[in-house]
Design a protein around this ligand. Structure first.
Ligand SMILES: Cc1cc2nc3c(=O)[nH]c(=O)nc-3n(C[C@H](O)[C@H](O)[C@H](O)COP(=O)(O)OP(=O)(O)OC[C@H]3O[C@@H](n4cnc5c(N)ncnc54)[C@H](O)[C@@H]3O)c2cc1C
Ligand code: FES
Length: 256
């Protein structure tokens, strides 16, 4: 059951540029890929993937605007409001799995990669070396970890989809799991379709209630907070808004 709780932040870790993990005791059972709504008192409530499971859960926040900056500035011992967990999470597939995390999308896929363990290879996509998140955590969990950076400052010079294509050239995967910017997910879906590999992609859409009530997160009639945030490739190919349109806070459809 999802309930609202005020939880004390027990530790804070700097993960990468402007990217911070906050941990807190939260007993609710969660699946990899689920998210919580985090309320920063006096500021706003925002959706955050659970980047750590177990009793000491965590969220990993990239400071991009008012609420994320305020969350990243919280100190150990301060209280934040947490509702959830919400959403469906990933179905953990059998066989060899390629897990792809773009930017702070790593927060959503890292627990799935840890659950899969050595069945998983991982691609970490980032703009630059200073933005790479969870590299040592991924190396401890997965069989193989490769990094792509847009500027070539670490690993493969290019994007996470190009690097995923190279790994697929080297060996067969039975499934792909991913989270990241929607444009990355759009091209990754095309790659998976070309190679005949089933995929599950976690979307980030504007959310207000997080609990399936307000409709602000809808894409092609599907509520990302309730029927998602993880969608199977078969379903995404039927959604003509995927990779093309998003909704702003007033609900207006805007090109991505
Ligand atoms: C299911 C889900 C899981 C997420 N997990 C994480 C996570 O683990 N770590 C993380 O750093 N971020 C995550 N996000 C994105 C995060 O919620 C937004 O960055 C945050 O809400 C922006 O709020 P702001 O006030 O800081 O920025 P704003 O000033 O409101 O906006 C800054 C930018 O973020 C976009 N944005 C604003 N609100 C949202 C929203 N509610 N959802 C998506 N994009 C938004 C805006 O279009 C703009 O480009 C997740 C979003 C969703 C939907
Ligand atoms: S955010 Fe309200 S229905 Fe999804």
């Amino acid at each position: 059951m999802s309930r609202f709780q005020m939880l004390e932040v027990s530790s804070i870790t700097e993960e990468a540029l402007d990217t911070t993990t906050l941990r807190f005791d939260m007993a609710e059972v969660a699946r990899p890929g689920q998210f919580v709504m985090v309320w920063v008192p006096g500021v706003d409530e925002i959706p955050m993937s659970l980047s750590y499971m177990g009793d000491v859960k965590g969220v990993t926040v990239k400071a991009v605007g008012e609420a994320t900056r305020a969350l990243a500035a919280v100190s150990v011992g301060e209280l934040v409001g947490v509702r959830g967990p919400y959403g469906n999470g990933f179905d953990l597939p059998e066989g060899r799995v390629l897990v792809v995390g773009g930017g702070v999308g790593m927060a959503a896929v890292m627990p799935a990669a840890e659950s899969l363990g050595t069945k998983a290879d991982m691609v970490i996509g980032a703009r630059s070396a200073k933005d790479v998140t969870f590299l040592s955590r991924a190396e401890a969990a997965c069989s193989r970890v490769e990094v792509s950076t847009d500027d070539g400052s670490m690993g493969f010079h290019g994007n996470a989809v190009q690097l995923s294509g190279e790994l697929m050239d080297e060996g067969r995967y039975d499934a792909v799991l991913a989270c990241g910017p929607e444009v990355m997910l759009y091209f990754l879906l095309n790659l998976c379709r070309e190679r005949g590999v089933p995929c599950q992609l976690s979307l980030e859409r504007y959310m207000k209630c997080g609990a399936g009530l307000c409709g602000s997160c809808v894409i092609n009639g599907r509520r990302v907070c309730a029927e998602g945030p993880v969608f199977h490739g078969d379903e995404l190919v039927t959604m003509n808004e995927f990779g093309r349109y998003r909704r702003d806070p007033s609900g207006r459809r805007m090109p991505i």
